[in-house]
Design a protein around this ligand. Structure first.
Ligand code: BGC
Length: 337
């Protein structure tokens, strides 16, 4: 009898212990490395969609969040060209623009997708960083306050591809100020930021991060060799006149592996997980090469334990053909084999 009672007591103690532990785990803030694992495979969305001018004109519809999820992707990186939707004197974000953003975030979360809110005014800020700094900081103050109670699935990315006049030294000041504003209301939210010079893998050593902030993910973008990935692209200087460049020799493949390996060495040395935030090859290149390149970048990143977000769902480099309502099979299969 006594023995039985003892057994009951032990079982009850054990069960309570397990319950407590699972509650603690549920409330635990995910580490940056855990967030990278959860982000896995993803895609950039709606940066260039008319949705921001008028929800009724949107190309991207609610169903596309489910299509993305069912298509084997876990994350959307929402590219925000927010500056033109901020009042020039008060610096407040337009209510309609915020409504569209809420619509996008809510629908992504409903599909259990991870959401990266990526400020994408990189071109404007690179030509006038000092002039646009108040807008940049005001944007993050508003986003941080609005999202302070958002789930851990919502992640901030301070700025896409800092470049030109927003050089390494200025970027260091700018991101630290934005991060301090974010941390006032979001002390443990996962924040993404990358090296100067268009988030170049070669500029990682110019990125000095605050040692004590462990909720950071470092992002890099990869489009090398540009002559292949940007052939025919109107915004890529002389490359607009280039065509017929293929990709896929052993040497070319090795070069990607070597580049990623150097990033990995930096990541391990600094104990920071990596997001490959953009990669891909423009639509004008030959499809077999584009698919091979896309698959090779994605698999190499995965082997190293990185998350990735392909550039992009619609608009250009497309992986989904909205007009004909179907995946661009070779690119999709390259991303999700
Ligand atoms: C830019 C796009 C461009 C892509 C590849 C992105 O960061 O926002 O406009 O197409 O990089 O060059």
């Amino acid at each position: 009898m006594n023995c039985k009672r003892h057994l009951y007591a032990i079982v009850i103690v054990l069960l309570s212990f397990m319950l407590l532990q699972s509650c603690a785990q549920q409330n635990a803030v995910p580490t940056a490395a855990e967030q990278v694992k959860r982000m896995g495979r993803g895609v950039n969305i709606i940066g260039y969609d008319p949705i921001w001018k008028n929800l009724a004109d949107a190309r991207f519809q609610e169903k596309h969040f489910k299509i993305i999820k069912d298509g084997g992707l876990q994350t959307v990186r929402i590219n925000l060209h927010a500056f033109r939707h901020m009042d020039d004197s008060t610096l407040t974000l337009e209510p309609n623009w915020l409504k569209t953003l809420d619509w996008a975030v809510d629908n992504a979360l409903k599909q259990d997708l991870m959401v990266i809110l990526d400020l994408h005014n990189f071109n404007e800020i690179a030509t006038d960083p000092v002039g646009l700094k108040p807008k940049f900081l005001a944007f993050w103050r508003q986003m941080a306050t609005r999202n302070k109670n958002a789930s851990d699935n919502v992640i901030f990315e301070i700025l896409n591809e800092p470049n030109r006049k927003l050089d390494a030294q200025l970027w260091d000041q700018f991101y630290r100020e934005a991060l301090a504003i974010i941390r006032e209301t979001n002390p443990t939210r996962t924040v993404i930021l990358g090296p100067p010079n268009w988030n170049s893998i070669h500029s990682l050593n110019e990125l000095q991060l605050p040692e004590d902030d462990r909720h950071l993910i470092v992002t890099v973008h990869y489009y090398l060799p540009m002559r292949f990935t940007h052939q025919g692209a109107p915004w890529a200087g002389d490359l607009v006149n280039v065509s017929g460049v293929t990709w896929g020799t052993d040497e070319e493949k090795q070069s990607v592996v070597d580049d990623f390996q150097r990033v990995q060495e930096w990541a391990l040395a600094h104990d920071r997980p990596i997001l490959l935030g953009e990669f891909g090859a423009y639509d004008k290149g030959d499809m077999a090469s584009r698919a091979a390149y896309t698959a090779h970048c994605a698999r190499t990143a995965e082997t190293l334990g990185w998350a990735w977000t392909y550039w992009q769902f619609d608009s250009d480099f497309i992986v989904y053909d909205i007009d004909n309502d179907k995946w661009v099979e070779p690119i999709w299969k390259a991303l999700v084999p």
